[in-house]
Write a protein that binds this ligand. Structure first.
Ligand code: UD1
Length: 418
């Protein structure tokens, strides 16, 4: 298994270009199941989760062609199988977003229940309950959700919690449902608006994007289009934090800083020196102070940046309290950071960080995607070599991480394993 060797402490120099968002592309790709004409995506990042989604779509009968680097066409004229098998779903929970489109277009879907994962139980009750309200018959059998319908019907839906995945599944299902669907308490994440903009380009009738109430008027079919997703706000936040952790002057480019407003606000509170442009953030060497952070649905502080800012707060003066409100088990990086010398105590769903203690390189283990990123960041400012193992988690969501760090003159090396 490959590992990353990070030889710290180091400083980063120059500019890094952010890839397009995997969390936008995964639902966009699921939405190609709705399209009767060809869809082309450009600037698709080379990531393991994207390859998993391609395998899943091909399993369903989507013909995918690579036309050039990061350019793919998707042709969904024929459905081969309505089943999303356990082997694929268990490696990537986002596979659940094929449920809505399969049901809407082909009137049947059989999707493995995703089950638990490292960061918590992550149920899909909101997806299922609301699809039922739209006229789906849902049974759970042998670990699979079996959904059928004689035709989905638009209706008023209200989410108990603004789930990203549930909002996406329901939006896609509603595009081909009869009549109007109103999704109340919809998630506001920028990836939802991106999906909505794409569906509109396919011919969907959607109002209220960027608001908590999304209205969709069903149409009989959707066409095709060419589309590119938004820049990856989580990758961007990760590199910004890397720059601040190493007291570097560097630029992170190719995304919309508005999408990480809550992160920028907290970093400013920590006294980070930054220059914010329309598609970049430049950071400068800063003496940081601790702060309190609570994760929340967008536009709140993203749970996907919690691990990275926790790593940063180990290097900020004073106390920080970081509270995780979205997932129940998302502090798996803490024991690994403690092994590097970080002063962190966990109390319930809060991490209390006594900042300012120098970190020391150590062999550490990745547990999930963002936790893994936090360990790389810690390695950049730790004394000595940090060996980050099980980096297949990083390969799920950070395109060319070692190469991007090499471009910033950081001694991050990928070592091939057995
Ligand atoms: C998406 C992101 C993930 C991010 C998360 C929260 C993708 C591919 N993944 O995941 O990176 O961390 O948003 O910003 O875009 N919940 C229920 N019932 C449901 C659905 C969700 O209880 O039916 C709960 C979950 O257990 C969790 C919370 O709602 O505690 C948030 O989940 P959700 O917004 O659905 O996240 P995902 O779409 O899975």
């Amino acid at each position: 298994m490959d590992k990353l060797c990070v030889n710290g402490p180091t400083q980063l120099k120059g500019e890094v270009h952010i890839s397009k968002a995997k969390n936008a592309y995964l639902p966009l790709m699921a939405a190609t199941l709705l399209a009767t004409d060809k869809v082309t995506f450009t600037e698709v990042p080379g990531l393991r989760d994207i390859r998993t989604m391609h395998r899943l779509l091909e399993h369903h009968g989507v013909e995918i062609k690579e036309e050039g680097e990061g350019v793919f066409t998707y042709d969904c004229q024929k459905l081969k199988s309505e089943e999303a098998p356990y082997e694929l779903v268990k490696t990537m929970r986002a596979s659940i977003c094929v449920l809505g489109p399969l049901l809407a277009r082909f009137k049947k879907a059989k999707v493995s229940l995703p089950g638990g994962c490292a960061i918590g139980t992550r149920p899909i009750d909101l997806h299922l309950k609301n699809l039922e309200k739209m006229g789906a018959k849902i049974e759970i059998e042998g670990g699979y959700v079996i959904a059928t319908t004689e035709g989905l019907k638009g209706t008023k839906l209200a989410l108990d919690f603004p789930s990203v995945g549930a909002t996406e599944n329901l939006m896609m299902a509603a595009c081909l449902a009869e009549g109007e669907t109103i999704i109340e308490n919809a998630a506001l994440e920028p990836e939802i608006t991106d999906l909505g903009n794409f569906l509109v380009k396919l011919g969907a009738k959607i109002e209220g994007l960027d608001t908590k109430t999304i209205k969709i008027q069903g149409v009989s079919s959707l066409g095709g289009t060419t589309y590119s997703a938004i820049g990856d706000r989580i990758e961007a936040a990760t590199y910004i934090i890397a720059g601040l952790m190493t007291k570097s002057e560097m630029t992170v480019k190719g995304f919309d800083p508005i999408h990480i407003d809550a992160v920028i606000e907290k970093l400013a509170e920590m006294e980070a020196k930054m220059e914010i442009g329309h598609d970049y953030v430049k950071v400068f060497p800063s003496e940081l102070v601790g702060t309190d952070i609570d994760t929340a649905p967008y536009p709140g502080f993203p749970t996907d940046v919690q691990a990275q800012i926790l790593a940063l707060s180990t290097q900020a003066k004073g106390l920080s309290i970081i509270t995780e409100h979205i997932f129940e088990n998302r502090f798996m990086h803490v024991p690994e950071l403690q092994r590097m010398g970080a002063g962190i105590t966990i109390k319930g769903n809060s991490a209390i960080v006594k900042g300012g203690k120098p970190l020391k390189g150590a062999p550490v283990m990745c547990t999930d995607l963002r936790a893994s990123a936090a360990l790389v960041l810690a390695g950049l400012c730790a004394e000595g070599v940090t060996e980050v193992r099980r980096i297949y988690h990083l390969d799920r969501g950070y395109e060319k991480l070692d190469k991007k760090f090499a471009g910033l003159s950081a001694p991050v090396e990928r070592v091939q394993g057995d």
